[in-house]
Design a protein around this ligand. Structure first.
Ligand code: ADP
Length: 341
């Protein structure tokens, strides 16, 4: 009877009897605990002190207890919430294991995110506070120093401003990710205006931008502002990371059937002839705050959020982002979007 009951349970579960032996155990518990065979002493199977204590107290006092239980499955660490509850007045206790891994991971991600944001804000804030103090003290009557420090303070304040704006963008894009965009956008025209806006930046960095395919409309269903942000972030990165004297190629291509989308697609390609990216970094580039070279990114005014924003926008548009790079030869970012029907 008790065996049938725990076999029907969706969670791994065991029953420990008054004499401290396994009275029943289901298949989930077998997978989790190795051999949870009936008749064995529970200490031989559980081995983790917090849960051993919980079972011991529950058997002795009849109280409900819970404990954290850790396991490794297919090389992945898992966290379980083990609950120990007395079964009526039989003297036995039911132990169930609830998988908490996803909740733990979400908590960890949130903590990492808060730590990252705080760290990113603290650096410019510390600089600002330092310069304010200097301007009040040592540099009070020094007009040259004042002008120089105000310039640095402006740069640091702009960095914080950009970070806050990127955080807000990311937040908006994430919260809308499941809402399908409604407008129709000509990607070619949109790219043309993004390139116009970035022309002064390219000039200043000594980068030549060549284009192709911008004369034929490439219609996709989408949100024009968000797609402009995708193009801006990718072209800006290409300009920033290619390096002086290198070139950037931007193109729009149309294909009748793209294997990744299994249908007609418009491709936005941004390729640079920069130093390229080592293959180990590529899968992680779209993580928030992931940078290959922290110092270089900050020098360039980067927030580390640009590609995370790109990825979320592309997902919302049911598209794909592909990154290919050859160290020494350059990097190519490809955004593949379904053609508007
Ligand atoms: P950032 O604000 O640092 O530019 P992004 O999310 O836009 O943040 O990019 C993340 C990282 O990816 C950058 O710090 C840089 O190391 C790398 N990266 C992005 N685009 C390129 C590129 N075109 N060439 C080389 N590295 C790049």
């Amino acid at each position: 009877m008790i065996q049938d009951t725990i076999d029907a349970m969706p969670l791994p579960a065991i029953v420990v009897s008054r004499d401290e032996r396994i009275e029943a155990s289901n298949a989930g518990a077998g997978r989790l605990l190795g051999s949870a065979s009936v008749g064995r002493h529970y200490i031989a199977i559980i081995r983790q002190p917090p849960l051993l204590d919980a079972i011991e107290v529950s058997l002795r006092t009849g109280a409900r207890k819970s404990a954290k239980f850790l396991s490794t499955e297919a090389q992945k660490d898992m966290t379980w919430n083990a609950q120990v509850a007395p079964i009526g007045d039989t003297g036995s206790a039911l132990v169930t294991f609830e998988d908490q891994t996803a909740t733990e991971e979400a908590g960890e991600m949130r903590r990492d995110f808060v730590a990252n944001v705080s760290h990113e804000l603290r650096t410019p804030l510390t600089a600002l506070l330092g310069f304010i103090e200097t301007l009040r003290g040592a540099a009070r009557d020094d007009a040259d120093a004042r002008a120089r420090f105000l310039g640095i303070m402006e740069r640091e304040a702009s960095r914080m401003n950009r970070l806050v704006q990127d955080l807000l963008s990311l937040n908006r894009v994430e919260s809308e990710e499941r809402v399908r965009p409604v407008g129709e956008v000509d990607l070619a025209a949109l790219l043309g205006s993004v390139l116009n806006a970035l022309a002064p930046v390219a000039d200043e960095s000594g980068i030549e931008i060549t284009t192709s395919g911008l004369d034929i409309p490439g219609l996709v269903s989408g949100d024009a502002d968000q797609l402009a942000q995708v193009a801006t972030n990718l072209v800006e990165n290409a300009i920033k990371y290619a390096g002086r004297g290198r070139s950037v190629r931007v193109s729009i291509d149309k294909v009748d059937r793209h294997p990744m989308l299994r249908g007609p697609a418009v491709l936005l390609v941004v390729a640079d002839t920069g130093d390229g990216i080592d293959a180990i970094h590529i899968p992680r580039l779209t993580e928030r705050f992931y940078r290959i070279d922290n110092h270089r990114s900050r020098e360039m005014g980067g927030t580390g959020l640009g590609l995370a924003i790109v990825k979320h926008i592309v997902n919302r548009h049911r598209g794909r982002l592909r990154i290919e790079s050859k160290p020494g030869a350059g990097t190519q970012f490809q955004v593949i979007l379904p053609t508007s029907q």
